[in-house]
Design a protein around this ligand. Structure first.
Ligand code: AMP
Ligand code: MG
Length: 325
């Protein structure tokens, strides 16, 4: 589905007037504001219920604009931008002066990306500036991958929702910090570690804990209402049936190798064998099991290679302790 030209023009007008626009990208839907308007950026945090210390991503129309938003463009950043933009790769660089500290959570670095979605690119071109956007969900919740998800999640709190159909990648962008000597992956996502290695000539580090404040690194994030429990693939059915017998409304993420097995549970999602299809469907599956009234979801982790690394990362956080609001 492609938004009409009049919708794009209207959305650009909303951004210019300091409003919020939900926009489709290839990863998930974003909640966008004019990156250079501190008051509009502040509204994003208010609507999401997100702590203001958590930085946002600045979306731009093309790699040729990167230099306008950062202090300098190191050679590695240029290489990665040329190879992966437009695409699900976010680069963290030293903040340029036109980026307000509101958009970076007070950090001297800024995250920038060019989304690979015709509607997002049309909006960025029509608007002419940078659009800062986190995922269009309340803080800590599952990211939206359809315009309906956004409406259900944010309702009237957003001034305009641009509908661009279902997001193709389905999980957030890979965030790579290129401010240090060697690039490192702050958050796994749509561009795989293997893709990055093929271009860099060496595998980028994936630090388990980073000193950089990254919302995706909160213990609980990307979480549905239902509690998520992770077990070994061969234990999914037994664990689910036990919990169902104990009185839970259990939703099951059935691993692809168990497709035909009957499961006594409240709701069952058969996980796609292809990691691209799994990533595309992941947040929709979590939302669907919530919708069906599950209070517990039993799942297992895919092999942590390719897109499986990002999927496992999101499932772990969905299953993380919920002590933070
Ligand atoms: P969200 O789409 O809700 O995940 O939010 C945008 C993402 O951008 C966050 O998860 C942050 O991890 C990331 N981000 C934005 N700016 C920076 C930065 N300066 N350093 C590290 N990560 C950043
Ligand atoms: Mg998010």
């Amino acid at each position: 589905m492609t938004a009409r030209t009049s919708d794009i023009a209207r959305a650009a007008g909303v951004l210019r007037a300091g409003g919020l626009v939900a926009l489709p990208t290839e990863t998930v839907y974003g909640l966008g504001a004019n990156a250079e308007d501190p008051a509009a950026v502040a509204r994003i945090f208010q609507v999401k219920g997100r702590p203001p210390s958590h930085p946002l991503i600045v979306h731009i129309a093309g790699a040729e604009h990167l230099g306008d938003w950062v202090e300098e463009v190191p050679a590695t950043a240029r290489l990665l931008a040329e190879r992966f933009w437009p695409g699900p790769l976010t680069l963290v660089l030293r903040r340029g002066r036109r980026v307000p500290l509101e958009a970076t959570g007070g950090l001297e670095t800024v995250a920038v990306r060019v989304p690979d979605h015709p509607v997002a690119l049309a909006l960025l071109s029509a608007f002419g500036g940078g659009v800062t956007a986190p995922s269009a969900n309340r803080f800590g919740q599952v990211s939206p991958t359809t315009a309906d998800d956004v409406r259900a999640e944010l309702g009237d709190a957003v001034d305009f929702v641009l509908d661009g159909g279902r997001c193709d990648v389905g999980v957030e962008s890979t965030i790579v910090d290129v401010t240090g000597e060697l690039p490192s992956i702050l958050r796994p996502g749509g561009v795989t570690r293997e893709d990055l290695e093929a271009v860099l000539g060496y595998p980028p580090a994936v630090p388990s804990t980073s000193h950089v404040r990254v919302p995706g690194q909160h213990p609980s994030h990307y979480a549905p209402r239902a509690r998520v429990v992770l077990v070994e693939p061969e234990k999914v059915i037994a664990e689910a049936e036990l919990a169902q017998e104990l009185g839970h409304q259990v939703g099951v993420f059935l691993p692809p190798s168990f497709t035909d097995a009957p499961v006594k549970a409240h709701a069952v999602v058969t996980v796609p064998g292809s990691m691209a299809a799994y990533a595309r469907g992941l947040y929709g599956f979590l939302r669907e099991l919530d919708r069906q009234g599950c209070d517990l979801i039993v799942a297992s982790l895919p092999a942590e290679e390719g897109l499986g690394l990002a999927i496992a990362n999101r499932l772990r956080r969905a299953a993380g302790p919920r002590t933070t609001a």
